[in-house]
Write a protein that binds this ligand. Structure first.
Ligand code: SF4
Length: 352
């Protein structure tokens, strides 16, 4: 049997650091792209020797700001994946991008080179808020990129951040209406979290309370025309991010690049890999099942109830709490709308 693995490739460079950002990324205007891609290719070859000529259902270029990458570097990486693995015919190839780093020509070149899904870091459609967040673009540039991408043969998603200091429910509803008007088929709505080692972490900000955040979360659900399919992700049916769905469902994926993590399956044994790709640790079936419960329950469709999950899940807790959890007709355990708001607590009670 030829096993499939998804691939995540980390591109850690940005033009500058945003005020809230705790991701593994560095402000670097002129990265050494040849050096970067040579290392990526070494990792591709390493995994090809370990895993054989596996098939690849999805490739996700995440950042950082992958759209800063010259298209010829992207082509070089894809061509190496192609010569070492079997890229599926309908492989989903996502490129994360930031407005201001991608003009129409470069976007077309990426699409010609194989990108078929573009995820745009919009974050806000309010110039004041963009400035506050430390973003380099304004709303007009973001809307232009969305429009340009939507006119091409590529699936388009946009990321937004809510729960900024002093933000109101009305602000959130207006953003959702703007998203509806833009005709997006996929968007991600992330709550602003303040991380200690960021410019925001060193300030005192008047953040919304947990109750206000929950109200905003519910307002998004009610105002967006797109249905939610994961805690922070909304899509028209068929436009979900397949890469993330595979990862959340517990499918194996290779993390490539310094800041990438992965879960690989070699001879039926799961390994966790992060950063240093030559060192990776074995994961027990129990830990792997716990991970699958954590990521699976973030999805509206829930986690598939196979024998590994059955071993560690407290089914009595599911039966006793129908307002939080339900068993679906396709043998999954899924959180209800109310359960989604209490996921952390719920998972602690669910795992024996
Ligand atoms: S563009 Fe994204 S990865 Fe880069 S600094 Fe901003 S939030 Fe972080």
């Amino acid at each position: 049997m030829i096993l499939a693995h998804n691939i995540y490739i980390h591109v850690p460079f940005c033009m500058s650091k945003c005020n809230y950002c705790a991701f593994f990324s560095a402000a670097c205007k002129n990265p050494d792209w040849e050096f970067y891609s040579d290392n990526i290719i070494k990792e591709i070859r390493y995994w090809s020797e370990k895993l054989g000529r596996i098939s690849i259902p999805t490739i996700f270029f995440g950042g950082g700001t992958p759209s800063l990458m010259p298209v010829k570097i992207f082509e070089k990486i894809i061509s190496n994946i192609n010569s070492n693995f079997n890229i599926d015919k309908n492989c989903e190839v996502t490129l994360e991008s930031n407005p201001g780093t991608l003009d129409e020509k470069k976007l077309s070149d990426f699409i010609y080179a194989g990108v078929n899904r573009i995820s745009i870091g919009v974050q806000s459609l309010d110039d004041k808020k963009l400035k506050f967040l430390g973003r380099r673009h304004d709303a007009k540039t973001a809307i232009n990129l969305i429009d340009t991408a939507q006119a091409k043969n590529v699936r388009v998603s946009a990321d937004f951040i809510y729960g900024l200091p002093d933000e109101t429910i009305n602000d959130i509803i207006n953003t959702c209406n703007d998203i509806n008007n833009l005709g997006l088929q996929h968007c991600s709505m992330y709550e602003l979290t303040i991380e200690p080692d960021t410019p925001f972490g060193k300030k005192t900000l008047n953040m919304p309370s947990n109750e206000e955040m929950a109200d905003m979360y519910n307002a998004i659900d009610e105002s967006l025309k797109l249905p939610r399919y994961e805690v922070s992700n909304y899509a028209k049916a068929g436009n979900e991010c397949r890469h993330n769905q595979n990862v959340w469902d517990g499918a194996p994926y290779i993390g490539i690049g310094k800041g990438a993590a992965g879960r690989v399956l070699i001879d039926n044994i799961w390994y966790e890999q992060f950063g240093n790709w030559e060192k990776f640790d074995k994961l027990s079936d129990t830990v792997r099942a716990e991970e699958r419960i954590i990521t699976g329950l973030r999805q509206v469709r829930g986690v598939y109830l196979d024998s590994d999950i059955e071993k560690i899940i407290n089914m009595k807790y599911v039966q006793d709490n129908p307002e939080l959890l339900q068993r679906t007709s396709d043998n999954r355990i899924a959180a209800t709308k109310q359960g989604m708001l209490l996921l952390d607590e719920l998972i602690l009670n669910l795992v024996r």
